[in-house]
Design a protein around this ligand. Structure first.
Ligand code: AMP
Length: 574
């Protein structure tokens, strides 16, 4: 430990979530969470421009989603691995850039807390993230000046945190991880410090936010708001209301709130029953990956010793009921589901730094999906049909893994093979995810041996390397991702890095003030009458105190206003 501290080479663990992100480090007392500038361990995954044109990250940005939707954004993890740009003010941001601003802020928090520079991180990603999404995460880290030691699958990280608590136990457990935007299921086996992932399955487009969307649509119907006539501001407020009610429903059978619409206060309410009814499709989608993971691990539900829930969205009663029904027992969540992935990422960071306390711990993971390539199959003499999928690394193979196969051209006079790489479980490539192409030149000589050895190597971060070696030339081609939807070229990366460096970032020590103002403004918009007037006065008072530049006064005012806002208790919404 001492040596690592001296060399300043600590590796941090980061949970880069859809709704919240966390950073943790492994120390003498095991993994611990690191607080941000506001003293909170959860940093909302939100980014935006402040009034002074500087970038705000975390809570102050999140609270401005309501008041400044054109300048603020959240939930960008969903766009990782796509070309979708979010426009803030006049500038377009790629999802890697938004994530990098968040990572940069977490890195600064870690450096302040640990007291030395941090250049390396273990970052968790949904197990179901594909190659392009994983590479996008590595690019985001590079933008933030962080080297990725390893990407760890979120449910695996959660299992590491649980496994460490009880490392001598022999048990098989299932981790159900429903985060803001993704759903993952993993089955792990543990014996004398060895933790082995047996199977993973999931859905990269199913998360707690879909439940919020379904509820927002229902509330829109109750309030007679037509989606096409709803402004961006109104949409953001409605979503925030839906989120608040969704959270309430985790505690009680009926949730109610007042909503201001066109200057008029309206009462809205929703019961758990109705919520379950409108989210029934989403709940059904959770069953398949659970069943697949169990059958891939060649187990039955009864063979599982523990069922562990991870991710904020597993707090929903409907989700807990589903799991209880499926396994005929209650799921466990002894470690806070919001914290467990970051804690596990820090354990992985401790393993990577060869921390003495983790000497006897070994972790193995699997590739959660099948990787292969497109082939043509013969339909008759000289008749071929393209579009078929040939698996090379099958899902749930232990990683790192390397597999090779020989392929041959369809025509004898072919001068190149265009190897198209896919991920997925369907026999048809059109139903799988395309992750890249590789052009392999073939010898001109008609008589030459035209077979090509294709080799896939899948590393512990879930990154795929593809090589192709023609038998005749023995010249190996490595995959260059060309025109793959969503990936960035080296030139793009360098250009964007320059632009990012030029951005003005809101000073860390002023973040608390920005956060209080954003909270006050959101509370102002959400209230009416005397209440609203009172918040208006608080805003004016706080701005006056800020003008005094007296640190002590400012801090006292912040604490006082924070307490008042906590009593209202309804502006903490996203
Ligand atoms: P994560 O990505 O793990 O932080 O999960 C965040 C998701 O969990 C978001 O969709 C939240 O709205 C949801 N969530 C967090 N707390 C609760 C709660 N008490 N009840 C229902 N959903 C929650």
């Amino acid at each position: 430990m001492g040596q690592r501290e001296m060399s300043g080479k600590a590796i941090i663990g980061i949970d880069l979530g859809t709704t919240n992100s966390l950073v943790a480090a492994f120390g003498p007392d095991g993994p611990t969470l690191i607080p941000n500038a506001l003293g909170e361990v959860m940093t909302p995954s939100a980014v935006g421009y402040g009034d002074d044109g500087a970038i705000l990250v975390g809570r102050p940005a999140r609270d401005r989603l309501l008041t400044h939707p054109e300048l603020t954004t959240a939930r960008f993890k969903r766009y990782m691995g796509t070309h979708h740009e979010v426009v803030l003010g006049k500038k377009g941001f790629r999802p890697e850039e938004l994530s990098s601003l968040l990572l940069r802020s977490l890195r600064a928090d870690a450096e302040t807390h640990l007291g030395h520079p941090v250049e390396e991180a273990v970052i968790s990603v949904p197990a179901y993230f594909n190659d392009v999404q994983r590479k996008a995460t590595i690019t985001a880290a590079e933008f933030a000046g962080l080297k990725v030691n390893r990407l760890v699958n979120e449910p695996t990280a959660a299992a590491l945190a649980y496994g460490l608590q009880d490392r001598e136990a022999e048990s098989t457990f299932l981790v159900v991880d429903l985060g803001g935007g993704t759903f993952d299921v993993s089955i792990l086996e543990m014996f004398s410090g060895v933790m082995e992932v047996r199977a993973s399955a999931g859905d990269a487009f199913l998360g707690g936010e879909d439940f919020t969307d379904a509820l927002a649509a229902e509330l829109g119907r109750q309030l007679d708001l037509q989606p096409k006539d709803t402004s961006r501001e109104e949409g953001a407020r409605l979503r925030s209301l839906a989120n608040r009610l969704k959270h309430q429903l985790s505690e009680k059978a009926e949730a109610t709130a007042d909503y201001v619409i066109k200057g008029e206060g309206r009462a809205v309410s929703i019961t758990r029953e109705k919520f379950e009814e409108i989210t029934d499709d989403l709940l059904k989608r959770m069953r398949m990956p659970i069943q697949r993971a169990i059958s891939d691990a060649s187990l039955r539900a009864d063979d599982l010793h523990r069922i562990i829930t991870v991710g904020g969205a597993t707090r929903m009663q409907a989700v807990r009921n589903l799991i209880t029904r499926l396994f005929k027992r209650f799921p466990e969540h002894s470690i806070d589901p919001d914290h467990v992935v970051a804690l596990g990422a820090a354990v992985q960071a401790g393993l990577a730094a060869r921390h003495a306390a983790l000497d006897d711990v070994v972790m193995t993971d699997v590739c959660p999906f099948t990787l292969g390539y497109e082939v043509s199959v013969p339909l008759g003499p000289n008749r071929w049909e393209a579009g078929h999928f040939a698996p090379l690394i099958e899902r749930n193979t232990v990683v790192p893994a390397s597999r090779a196969n020989d392929i041959s051209p369809v025509e004898q006079n072919q001068r190149e093979i265009n190897l198209v790489i896919y991920q997925g479980e369907s026999p048809f490539v059109r139903e799988n995810v395309r992750i890249g192409t590789l052009r392999v030149p073939l010898p001109a000589d008609i008589k030459a041996d035209k077979t090509v050895e294709v080799r896939y190597t899948y590393d512990t971060s879930g990154i795929l390397e593809v090589e192709a070696t023609p038998a005749a030339t023995k010249k190996t081609q490595r995959m260059v991702i060309e025109g793959t939807p969503g990936s960035m070229t080296r030139a793009d990366i360098d250009k964007r890095l320059k632009e990012l460096t030029a951005l003005k970032i809101h000073p860390r020590d002023e973040q608390e003030n920005a956060a209080i103002i954003a909270r006050l403004r959101a509370a102002y918009e959400n209230s009416l009458g005397d209440h609203r007037q009172y918040i208006g006065q608080l805003i004016a008072q706080f701005e006056a105190v800020l003008h005094t530049h007296d640190k002590r006064n400012i801090q006292d005012a912040r604490t006082q206003i924070g307490e008042i806002l906590n009593q209202f208790g309804n502006e903490d919404v996203f």
